[in-house]
Design a protein around this ligand. Structure first.
Ligand SMILES: Cc1cc2nc3c(=O)[nH]c(=O)nc-3n(C[C@H](O)[C@H](O)[C@H](O)COP(=O)(O)OP(=O)(O)OC[C@H]3O[C@@H](n4cnc5c(N)ncnc54)[C@H](O)[C@@H]3O)c2cc1C
Length: 461
């Protein structure tokens, strides 16, 4: 699709002149860098990109898109695999340069602009020995992650990212900026904690912080011969671990092509107690390596970064797994040993403790029981290999279907999974739909895991 602007030139110039940030166009400098997102499979060309530097640019951008009937994309960290942060034609609001942040260590609160990554955020809060739950890869954007829920190393002790949100500034479809918190626009505040970008553009978030200094973090790696038993033991161990400990397990291929199983942990309580809690796990089998040690929380947060270089091709399939049965382990082992790309893998991210005890009605994030977020992560470098890698992920997903629980994490949905959106919002879908009718009845914000207002059903998106 051509990226030329469908809007009259004079109006575009006037719009650009009124912005504090830059208006990027296909022929100009910076345009191609700005339209690129994490997933190299996404190659879209907006007609206009606004490099927002403040809420005023966002408000003007929303007004311009609405007035001129332009498709509107909202990008913060640009990490979402579905690639809906960018569009063909239309207008892209790029918030990735909005990185202002203020930490109030006395009140244990941080105000953070939407363009911050997890790494940016942690650097600021860790200067005060504080943190809020976010994810596990430091280049991910806080915005998309928080709006979808936000599952990470502190979820057992402190809940999800969205559970720690105190307020947000949201530009709604009419171009006004609303404060959303428990007292003001409380319905909107409920909806943005799990309902994604359906209701407006969040320009900044206010988070509750917790004392988090050094953690006991790192991982254990097991050879193919021990992988099966290590996963069995892991499941037993993780099922009864305390809130301070959050874990993940993975299956992948070592550089020599042999299968390996990994277990990664973050213990965020007293070190001595952590050593005691982790002893049975560390005593299991004969791990190829054991890197668990006291470390800065921010170091653990970036420990997996190397595995996710920007620009690779990504195709993910995900679901929740309540139980890791022997049969499920067999399927995972079989598929991982036959992966077409050695960069791919399977991850099990544990959701438990404080995150699973939150009343499901308290926020729009509905999936509050203890489970694993199973992620089939297909990743490869050469676009010519796409067919084999996509097929591998789809076939493994089908083979695992008998073991899945209900629901899927909205932030793991791919581009072509519109049929799973209701499953992702679960029991809250009806309430979210009513909220969408109130705040965005024309569905201006539709490039997301979209809750389509009844009045718009059937129209082209
Ligand atoms: C390598 C990797 C690791 C990950 N690890 C985790 C993890 O540990 N835990 C976890 O929970 N998730 C994880 N995720 C998933 C992650 O939560 C989503 O990809 C999330 O969307 C990323 O946010 P972003 O700001 O980078 O997204 P973007 O791609 O910028 O945006 C995604 C969508 O969010 C909406 N959006 C973005 N910004 C705004 C805004 N300011 N206002 C309104 N709507 C907005 C838009 O609909 C947009 O299309 C991971 C993803 C990757 C690629």
């Amino acid at each position: 699709m051509p990226a030329s602007s469908p809007v009259e030139e004079g109006a575009v110039r006037e719009f650009g002149a009124g912005l504090r940030g830059e208006l990027l166009r296909p022929e100009g400098d910076g345009y191609h860098a700005a339209r690129r997102v994490f997933n190299g499979m996404i190659d879209k060309r907006p007609a206009l990109i606004v490099r927002c530097v403040g809420a005023s640019d966002v408000m003007q951008g929303v007004d311009f898109a609405r007035t001129h009937d332009l498709l509107l994309a909202v990008r913060s960290g640009g990490h979402n695999v579905a690639g809906k942060a960018v569009c063909d034609g239309g207008l892209m609001l790029d918030l990735s340069h909005m990185k202002g942040m203020r930490v109030d260590p006395a009140r244990r609160v941080a105000r953070a602009e939407a363009g911050l990554t997890l790494g940016d955020f942690d650097r600021e809060t860790q200067a005060f020995g504080l943190a809020t739950p976010l994810g596990v890869v430091s280049m991910t954007g806080i915005a998309g992650l928080t709006l979808g829920g936000g599952l990470g190393w502190l979820n057992g002790k402190h809940g999800l990212a969205c559970d720690n949100l105190l307020s947000a500034d949201v530009v709604t479809a009419d171009g006004t900026l609303l404060r959303a918190d428990d007292g003001e626009n409380a319905d909107l505040f409920w909806g943005i904690r799990g309902g994604g970008g359906n209701f407006g553009v969040v320009t900044s978030f206010e988070y509750r912080l917790h004392p988090v200094g050094q953690v006991l973090g790192g991982g254990l790696l097991y050879s193919a011969g021990e992988a099966r038993d290590a996963l069995r033991f892991y499941h037993e161990f993780a099922s009864s671990c305390p809130d301070e400990l959050t874990t993940s397990a993975s299956l992948g291929l070592a550089p020599d092509g042999s299968l390996v199983a990994g277990i990664t942990v973050c213990y965020c309580g007293a070190m001595e107690e952590g050593e005691r809690v982790l002893r049975p796990l560390r005593g299991f089998g004969s791990p190829l390596e054991d890197t668990i040690r006291p470390m800065a929380y921010a170091a653990l947060q970036s420990a997996s970064d190397e595995g996710f270089p920007s620009g690779r091709q990504h195709y993910w399939k995900a679901s929740y797994l309540k139980d890791l049965t022997d049969e499920a382990i067999e399927v995972l082992l079989r598929f991982v040993s036959e992966m077409p790309s050695s960069s791919s893998g399977v991850g099990l991210q544990q959701m438990h403790g404080a995150a699973s005890r939150v009343d499901p009605a308290a926020t729009a994030f509905p999936h509050r029981d203890e489970h694993y977020d199973l992620l089939i992560l297909s990743q490869w470098a050469d676009p010519a290999d796409s067919e084999a890698n996509v097929r591998w992920a789809r076939e493994l997903f089908e083979a695992m279907r008998p073991f899945f629980g209900e629901g899927v994490y909205v932030n793991n949905l791919g581009e072509e999974e519109a049929d799973r959106v209701e499953e992702a919002y679960g029991e809250h879908y009806g309430r979210l739909l009513a909220l969408k009718e109130k705040y965005d009845p024309a569905n201006l914000f539709r490039l997301n895991q979209n809750i389509e207002p009844a009045s718009r059903t059937g129209e082209a998106s």
